[in-house]
Write a protein that binds this ligand. Structure first.
Ligand code: ZN
Length: 240
């Protein structure tokens, strides 16, 4: 499977704490465990020409992973529209953490995607809400992260097609932290954890979720529906 990991890659350049946790960038860390899982992984970052994207690259991508935070507005609308079209045509999209405010996620959701947040080293417990879902294969009842940024309800998203995780935070809030959607022929999964100053993407269970999600997001049925003016299958009798 061809996976494209897109990362804004700004925190890694600005904050030594982040580059210490992710010396190859968040995209590099994700690429590493997905490559180990047997996928063909390409990375792209905001500051590359065309944000590291091309029509050819998008057209051959089965699943796109998106991490952004500081510079959502710098992503050119032209590329947001192309990504949206690819999702509608069947490309999977995994939106991580602060990607809730990315142009592409807001465009696909149609809502503000706003939420509450706090950086205070809250413990996070992600409860598995749908134990039969392929995305939670191999997990127990919950994942516990010792420290994370808090995201709290209300999260302004459309009601998810499937709610896979709900997070509890030490400070008392809850959050819909794993939500699936279908848009056109493509699938979308939003997965909350992954604040840049915590080693969340090194956590084996978080890696399991991302690996499962990539499998689940890949649409293999490529039947194109037919649209437009349509000849009748049977002859239609004259009426009146
Ligand atoms: Zn964050």
């Amino acid at each position: 499977m061809k996976v494209l990991v897109w990362n804004e890659n700004r925190h890694e350049q600005k904050n030594p704490k982040v580059s210490e946790i992710y010396p190859e960038g968040i995209h590099g860390a994700i690429k590493s465990f997905l490559t180990e899982a047997g996928h063909e992984v390409t990375t792209a970052t905001l500051d590359e020409e065309n944000h590291g994207l091309s029509d050819h690259l998008l057209n051959q991508t089965d699943v796109l992973i998106w991490w952004g935070h500081l510079a959502h507005d710098e992503v050119k609308d032209e590329w947001v529209e192309k990504i949206q079209q690819r999702v509608l045509d069947g490309m999977g999209l995994l939106v991580l953490h602060s990607g809730h405010f990315s142009k592409i996620f807001k465009k696909l959701m149609g809502t503000s995607c706003d939420l509450k947040w706090r950086e205070a080293d809250d413990k996070e417990r992600l409860w598995v809400i749908d134990p039969t879902h392929p995305i939670v294969s191999g997990l127990g009842s919950y994942i516990e992260l010792e420290k994370e940024e808090m995201y709290g309800e209300h999260f302004d998203i459309p009601a998810p097609d499937e709610l896979v995780f709900v997070s509890w935070f030490e400070g008392g809030e809850v959050f819909r932290s794993g939500a699936t959607y279908k848009r056109g022929r493509g699938k979308v999964f939003y997965f909350r954890p992954g604040h840049e100053t915590y080693p969340t993407y090194h956590n084996k269970e978080i890696q399991t979720v991302i690996k499962n999600a990539v499998q689940w997001l890949n649409v293999t049925d490529t039947n194109q529906p037919t649209y437009g003016n349509s000849e009748p299958l049977e002859s239609i009798s004259k009426k009146g």
